[in-house]
Design a protein around this ligand. Sequence first.
Ligand SMILES: Nc1ncnc2c1ncn2[C@@H]1O[C@H](COP(=O)(O)OP(=O)(O)OP(=O)(O)O)[C@@H](O)[C@H]1O
Ligand SMILES: [Mg+2]
Length: 330
Amino acid sequence: MRYAVQAEGLVKHYGETRALDGVDLVVPEGRLLGVLGPNGAGKTTAVRILATLLRADAGHARVGGFDVVKEAHKVRSLIGLTGQYAAVDETLTGVENLVMIGRLLGISRASARRRAEELLARFDLTDAGGRAAKTYSGGMRRRLDLAASLVGRPQVLFLDEPTTGLDPRSRTELWEVVRGLMAEGVTVLLTTQYLQEADELADDIVVFDHGRVIASGTSDELKATTGAQVLQVRPLLGEHLHLVAEVISDVLGDRPDLTGGQATVNIKDPKVVPAIVRRLDDLGVVAAELSLRKSSLDEVFLALTGHRAEEEPAEETSVAEMKDKEEVSA
Ligand SMILES: Nc1ncnc2c1ncn2[C@@H]1O[C@H](COP(=O)(O)OP(=O)(O)OP(=O)(O)O)[C@@H](O)[C@H]1O
Ligand SMILES: [Mg+2]
């Protein structure tokens, strides 16, 4: 397998802070690596080193086969970077921003204009192209930012938390754009704080914590270690809690946590839920609350590290939705 990005033993210290403490990672050509981690985990530091903007204290990295320090100019000609904070010039229009970047890359004025129009169309910004970027919404700005990083047709794209702060719809739209780029063969390294985002887009995921890679693998492999979803059942009658615990233990082979008057357990395969519901029904146990939700990043971290990370809003699957699923599979 050929690697578009290869990093070994990257270290970066800021005084006492170990922003990176020996990070290894690879991104095979044409694939998307998701770098998942909470605030301060070292994601931006790693991206900046790989994008030649920052020098590591130790370790080395190659992008497109070129050393990020010794052949930085070659690396720069291959990559695009959408930083965590918007890099567009607010006073310029969308078109002007993209044309300026094209000109900086040495493209003729006419070609730069054509490329700008093509990118604006692709990012659904044609109508806004003549307006100053400061009038754009957060989602439009992120799209313009991403468009800006594509002017030079990069082979390798670094996206640093491209959807943080976006509403769910803008987030889904941006995912579509990233999928389109992958379909064109672009290699992507994307950082995120959202487990779901890594799950949606990434071929492979590395989890960062305190400047180290604490887990890596495909999304399925990570879920297999941590449990992808969380089932919570609160019986109407408190004395039924032990029955709920027995049923869950029986079906899953895992004992649930019973704090707070409810049974909580990680689930790897949501198909087991209908079986649990049926068994409870047979026993005459009525659930006052029954929910299945995706594991939050916090729970994955807890499972992986034994300590908590930043909280991510978990997605609830309502009982009504679950009943639908149950009927379908029954
Ligand atoms: N220029 C700097 N000077 C001092 N400390 C820094 C600097 N840049 C980063 N750090 C520290 O290094 C650690 C890693 O920061 P980094 O920005 O790489 O994290 P991150 O994973 O990108 O976080 P976030 O999700 O908040 O963007 C943090 O503790 C941060 O405070
Ligand atoms: Mg960051």
